[in-house]
Design a protein around this ligand. Structure first.
Ligand code: GYE
Length: 306
């Protein structure tokens, strides 16, 4: 960095930073915790936040990003609803000289210069963790284990990756069969609706793998209404680890939760400051998370923040 660029960078970092943040929506407990984390962290960091909610629609997100470009914000951050179709708008931001930071969900753009960094979880690894628990639980099973899968939003990174990671691991045991797999759009309402359809179409479901807690919670209602016991008649695995998921797990209704951390705000604000002061960031910042059985959930419940 030449001295003049450094000087410009410092001047930029000293003035109040404005960030345009294009959120996915308000589809889940995870998302509410994530939104709160971004808003609280912006305040703490003294960053002015412009916030928009895309209601799970890519076209809404693209519109807000274009608005942020017109408003000449200092930095744009967003959590892309789906993985594909971002190159044009990201190029517009780049041409306007506005750095972009991805949080939570990734894009599949080949040109990685279109964004500065991606802060978020490793969703493939989360799917693998879910798969490993199932493989271990049924290691002695002599008969077919019928699994149904509630996928997240179609085309989203967490849905694609959690499916892939899980599938990769369970194929080691041919007895483990996914007999139905459909999207529940990461919401409780859809999770319930799709689970009702699964229960109607399949008499013998052994396992439910839900890509998030909210869909699992919706499915639990459907299972109970069908006169079955969640966690016993149907074994349930989900991802996220939000409070309601932990409550269900501590009651034995969810058997295993793979954690996905929504508290990305702090890292995001730091990354924004770093980018604007001319620091080179790693292209990928991975968040840390754990896994929890019903027993762990009972113990951990009082410590959960979201
Ligand atoms: O798992 C789900 C939310 O992108 C990791 O989105 C996030 C996912 C999260 O709706 O609950």
């Amino acid at each position: 960095v030449s001295p003049s660029t450094a000087a410009v960078a410092t001047a930029k970092a000293d003035k109040k930073i404005t960030m345009g943040f294009a959120q996915v929506g308000a589809e889940s407990g995870w998302r509410s915790a994530n939104t709160k984390s971004v808003q609280d962290s912006a305040k703490e960091a003294g960053i002015e936040l412009k916030f928009s909610d895309a209601q799970q629609k890519q076209e809404n997100q693209i519109k807000s990003i274009r608005t942020y470009i017109q408003q000449k914000v200092d930095v744009i951050a967003f959590s892309p609803v789906v993985e594909s179709g971002w190159d044009t708008v990201l190029k517009e931001a780049k041409d306007a000289g506005i750095p972009v930071i991805l949080t939570d969900r990734a894009v599949d753009s080949k040109d990685t210069s279109l964004y500065k960094t991606f802060i978020g979880s490793d969703f493939v690894e989360e799917g693998r963790s879910a798969g490993k628990w199932v493989v271990d639980k049924y290691k002695d099973a002599k008969e077919t284990v019928n699994i149904v899968e509630l996928q997240g939003t179609t085309g989203s990174a967490p849905a694609n990756d959690r499916k892939a990671g899980f599938g990769e691991i369970i194929k080691s045991n041919p007895n483990l069969k996914i007999i139905a797999s459909q999207t529940g759009d990461f919401t409780r309402a859809k999770g319930k609706e799709v689970m009702q359809a699964f229960l109607k179409a399949n008499k013998n479901i052994n396992v439910l793998y839900a890509h998030n807690d909210d869909m699992a919670l919706g499915a639990i209602q459907a299972i109970e209404e069908a006169g079955l016991k969640p966690g016993k008649d149907i074994i349930i695995i989900s991802v996220d680890g939000v409070k309601d998921g932990f409550v269900a797990a501590s009651e034995g209704k969810i058997n295993f939760i793979v954690e996905c951390n929504p508290l990305l705000g702090g890292q995001l604000m730091q990354a924004a400051k770093d980018v604007l002061s001319g620091k080179e960031l790693p292209k990928r910042i991975v968040t840390k998370e754990g896994v929890f059985t019903s027993e762990d959930a009972k113990r951990e419940l009082p410590n959960r923040q979201y």
